[in-house]
Ligand binder design. Structure first.
Ligand code: BGC
Length: 450
C-alpha cells in the first residue's frame, strides 16, 4: 500500500493564506481603499467594500478551516488599523487581532503572521510611503508594538509579503497604488522594504528569541523561449536574478545586488531569515527582444498550448514548484510554501492543481528539501487587487452579495489530504484520474507490493 501513498512528515503544517485587505472589509484608512475609488483602477469598477467580512466574522471561516482538517493559517495584520494616525495605536484593533489569533489557536490552527501585505496607512503614503528611508524606523516601531502586544500568540512571522511584487507593481507599474511607473524608484522601494525587514527581524527576535521570522517571497520560473539561444537564456536570466534571487541574496548574505549599481553590503541583513516562505504560481517564457529595454530586453509570454488558469492569470506548471524548491534548498533554511493556488471559478482545474503541486512538493521533500508546511491561496474567494472580484482563488466559493460560503470540490479534496497527511491513489482516482499515471506510475500500482 505504501507505494501508492505520498505521506507527509508528522507535524507538517496544512493551511491556507489570506491577507487583511483582501478579506477584512471596510479597510478605509489605507492606500488601496482610496485607489479603488478611482474609475479605471479596478477591473469592472469593483471595490473591496465588505470583502469577506472578516473584521466581524473571521471566526466563521476559522471554523470552516478547522472542519476542513487544516492545522495552520497564514493571515496578515493591517498597519492602517493598528496605527491609524502616526504614533497613535488603536487598542480596539489590536484587541480584535488578539481575538483572531486566540480563535485560531483554540481551533488548533497555528498562525503565521504577515505584517505588511501590499497595503499602507494613508498617513504613511502622505509622507512618501516606501520611497524614502524614513519608513524604516516607522515600520520597526509598528512591528515592535505588534510583537509586544501579540507576540505571545505568534511563533511564525512572515514579515513582508512579496517585496519584489509590491515594488514592481506599485512603483514600476500603473495598476497598483501609487502607480508611479518609475523603475529606478521601484528599486529604491525594494531596498527600503529589505532594510525594514532587517529591522523587523531583529526587533521581533529581541522580544521573542525563539520565534521563527521569515518572509513570503514570490518566485516564478523564467525559462528561455529557445533553450539553445544564448540571447534568450540571457534574457531569462535577468528577471530570474532580479525577481527571484535579489531578495534572497540580500536576506541571507546581506548584499544588495541591484542591476547597474555596485553591490552594497548591509551587515544588518546578513542571515535575517529563519525560514524561507515562498509564493509560487506560474512560469514565464522569455525571448530576447532588443526593442524592450524597459522590460529587461525580454518578451515574456506563456507556453503555447499550456494549460492556463482563469483570466489568462498564468500557466499551470507544477514542475516549476519542484524546480524552485530544489534551487531554494541551497539556502539551507527550512521552507514553507506560503502561497500556491490559481483562479478557477468553476473549480475544474483546482483539484488536479492541488494534487500535482503537492506531488511536486513531496518529490522535492523525498530528495531532501526541508519543506515544513503548505498554505494554499486561498481559503475563501477574496478581493483580488486590480482584478477585483473577477478572479476566484478560494477552496471555498463566496457569494459577495449574501456572504454565503460553499465549499468547492477542491476544498473537499484538500480536507482529505490534510486529514490523511498524505495523497493517496484513491484520492487521485476520484478527483483527477487523468494524472494517475503521472503521480503513481503503473509499475508502482501493479507491482508485487502495489
Ligand atoms: C499575493 C496575493 C494575491 C495572490 C493571487 C500573491 O502574489 O500575495 O495577495 O491575491 O498572489 O494573485
Amino acid at each position: 500500500m505504501e507505494q501508492t501513498t505520498m505521506r507527509f512528515p508528522e507535524g507538517f503544517l496544512w493551511g491556507t493564506a489570506t491577507s487583511s485587505h483582501q478579506v477584512e472589509g471596510n479597510n478605509s484608512n489605507n492606500d488601496w481603499w482610496e485607489w479603488e475609488k478611482e474609475p479605471g483602477h479596478i477591473l469592472d469598477g469593483h471595490r473591496s467594500e465588505l470583502a469577506c467580512d472578516w473584521w466581524n466574522r473571521a471566526e466563521d471561516d476559522f471554523d470552516l478551516a478547522r472542519e476542513m482538517g487544516q492545522n495552520a493559517h497564514r493571515l496578515s495584520l493591517e498597519w492602517s488599523r493598528i496605527e491609524p494616525r502616526e504614533g497613535e495605536w488603536d487598542d480596539d484593533a489590536i484587541a480584535r487581532y488578539r481575538r483572531m489569533l486566540v480563535g485560531l489557536r483554540e481551533r488548533g490552527l497555528e498562525p503565521m503572521v504577515t505584517l505588511h501585505h501590499f497595503t499602507n496607512p494613508l498617513w504613511l503614503m502622505e509622507k512618501g510611503g516606501w520611497e524614502t528611508e524614513a519608513v524604516v524606523p516607522l515600520f520597526e516601531r509598528y512591528v515592535t508594538r505588534v510583537a509586544e502586544e501579540l507576540g505571545d500568540l505568534v511563533e511564525l512571522w512572515s514579515v513582508i509579503n512579496e517585496p519584489n511584487v509590491y515594488a514592481i507593481l506599485s512603483y514600476a507599474g500603473s495598476r497598483w497604488p501609487p502607480g508611479k511607473q518609475n523603475l529606478l524608484l521601484a528599486f529604491r522601494v525594494l531596498r527600503n522594504l529589505l532594510l525594514a525587514h532587517g529591522r523587523a527581524y531583529r526587533a521581533i527576535h529581541r522580544l521573542q528569541p525563539q520565534a521563527q521570522v521569515g518572509i513570503a517571497h514570490a518566485v516564478r520560473v523564467f525559462d528561455p523561449a529557445r533553450p539553445n539561444s544564448r540571447l534568450d537564456r540571457w534574457a531569462a536570466s535577468l528577471p530570474d536574478r532580479i525577481f527571484n534571487r535579489l531578495v534572497l541574496t540580500a536576506l541571507t548574505e546581506g548584499v544588495l545586488a541591484f542591476p547597474l549599481a555596485f553591490n552594497r553590503k548591509v551587515p544588518e541583513l546578513v542571515d535575517s531569515v529563519d525560514f524561507l516562505g515562498v509564493n509560487y504560481y506560474t512560469r514565464d517564457m522569455v525571448a530576447f527582444d532588443a526593442s524592450r529595454p524597459g522590460e529587461l530586453f525580454g518578451r515574456r509570454f506563456y507556453t503555447e498550448g499550456a494549460e492556463m488558469s482563469d483570466g489568462g492569470y498564468g500557466e499551470v506548471y507544477p514542475e516549476g514548484l519542484y524546480r524552485l524548491l530544489k534551487w531554494l534548498a541551497a539556502y539551507g533554511k527550512p521552507i514553507y510554501i506560503t502561497e500556491n493556488g490559481l483562479p478557477d471559478e468553476d473549480d475544474d482545474q483546482r483539484p488536479r492543481f492541488l494534487l500535482t503541486h503537492l506531488a511536486a512538493t513531496h518529490r522535492a521533500m523525498q530528495e531532501g528539501v526541508p519543506v515544513k508546511g503548505y498554505f494554499h491561496w486561498s481559503l475563501v474567494d477574496n478581493f483580488e487587487w486590480a482584478e477585483g472580484w473577477s478572479l476566484r482563488f478560494g477552496l471555498v466559493a463566496l457569494d459577495v452579495e449574501t456572504q454565503e460560503r460553499t465549499v468547492r470540490r477542491s476544498g473537499q479534496l484538500y480536507k482529505e489530504i490534510c486529514q490523511a497527511n498524505a495523497i493517496t491513489q484513491d484520492m487521485v482516482e476520484r478527483y483527477a484520474p487523468e494524472v494517475l499515471d503521472k503521480l503513481f506510475p503503473a509499475q508502482a500500482r501493479d507491482g508485487p507490493f502495489g
